[in-house]
Design a protein. Structure first.
Length: 364
């Protein structure tokens, strides 16, 4: 007891400050996520999104479309326009939800319904900026897709002030050089980061040029976030695109699957082909690379130092099942069908084969 009293007196004499750790609370009395009250509005928003938008049990069409919308919004930035004294766009600021003219841009065709469906969420959550809402909804939606990474979410984006300029979204008919230059101009993305971002096409589907009553995916496993996409695009295309406007697509290996011209080009260009091949059957590597590239994409045009990390609110995506964890040669395809770029001298990954055929997906 005397020893304890001595130490207490010594601390008082030396005036050693006692550190008091304050726990931030949300208005409802619960602990603030990550210790920041700026994250509090996203607690209720998470429940709203899961109940009324993306669900929690499957990788839905709407969850996929919100992710694509968030990408298009973030790409609305141009360093070159800014350097010329013009408005270069606000990047990931949610302007596509606020300024109707953006949905009239050719690259944003088909987004009108999605933007309309998202408006009530903005109205119910007025303390959340459009940019924060869109990026959070994309992260929550992606978390419903098996195999996806748990992406970061930073909050605090200011509301958009103007519509992003037109012609900033890469088109499927663009050359690889044009695509790489556009990504670099938007946010300083390196070619390897561009290829990592293409992993989003593993859950992508086309809704605007397909034959009636079909939704046409870009790989043979469109409801899981996996590396099958990187394998499928490397296969020799033998089936012409069954669409009303084929100008954006090249031949694919399976009936009922579409291949963007840009994906085919990126997979075979010497500047990007080896990174593309390197993701085949490398699920963890692909997840990590996409997660890092998406974290960068989600803050394009923003002052990162002014944002607060609320990533703890993003749900953990379900893992792939044991039968989904590896890419597969399916429908009679074999290693001989792979179009490996000459620049990639490393051996192609060993992939199992299956006689199962890819079945086109019928829209509910």
């Amino acid at each position: 007891m005397a020893v304890l009293l001595f130490h207490l007196l010594l601390l008082l004499y030396l005036r050693v400050p006692v550190r008091v750790i304050a726990t931030a609370l949300c208005p409802d009395g619960t602990s603030a996520p990550n210790g920041s009250q700026q994250c509090c509005p996203f607690v209720e928003l998470l429940a709203d999104i899961q109940q009324n938008l993306t669900g929690t049990t499957s990788c839905t069409d709407l969850a996929k479309n919100v992710l694509r919308l968030a990408f298009h919004d973030a790409m609305g930035a141009s360093d070159s326009l800014t350097s010329q004294g013009q408005f270069g766009g606000g990047g990931a600021d949610g302007s596509i939800l606020v300024f109707p003219q953006e949905t009239t841009y050719a690259a944003n065709e088909g987004f009108n319904l999605t933007v309309f469906l998202l408006q009530p969420f903005l109205e119910r959550n007025p303390s959340v900026s459009p940019g924060d809402f869109l990026q959070f909804a994309a992260a929550v939606g992606l978390a419903t897709c098996p195999g996806a990474p748990q992406v970061n979410f930073l909050a605090g984006r200011p509301s958009p002030t103007a519509a992003a300029p037109d012609q900033l979204i890469p088109e499927p008919t663009d050359s690889v050089t044009t695509i790489l230059n556009r990504f670099n101009d938007a946010g300083g993305f390196a070619p390897a980061e561009v290829i990592a971002l293409m992993a989003a096409h593993s859950i992508a589907e086309d809704y605007h040029w397909e034959v009636v009553n079909l939704r046409t995916p870009f790989d043979s496993t469109p409801d899981v976030f996996d590396t099958q996409f990187y394998l499928d695009v490397l296969l020799n295309g033998t089936v012409a695109p069954n669409v009303t406007d084929p100008t954006m697509f090249s031949a694919s290996p399976f009936n009922g699957e579409l291949r963007l011209l840009s994906d085919a080009a990126l997979a075979r260009d010497n500047r990007t082909a080896c990174t593309w091949q390197g993701f085949v059957n490398e699920q963890t590597s692909m997840q990590q690379a996409f997660g890092a590239a998406w974290a960068k994409m989600s803050v394009v045009g923003q002052s990162v130092q002014a944002l607060v990390d609320c990533s703890s609110l993003v749900p953990t995506p379900p893992p792939l099942s044991s039968t989904q964890n590896s890419a597969t040669f399916m429908g009679g395809t074999t290693p001989s069908n792979v179009q490996q770029a000459p620049a990639c001298t490393s051996a192609f990954p060993t992939i199992s084969t299956t006689s199962a055929m890819f079945t086109p997906i019928i829209r509910p």
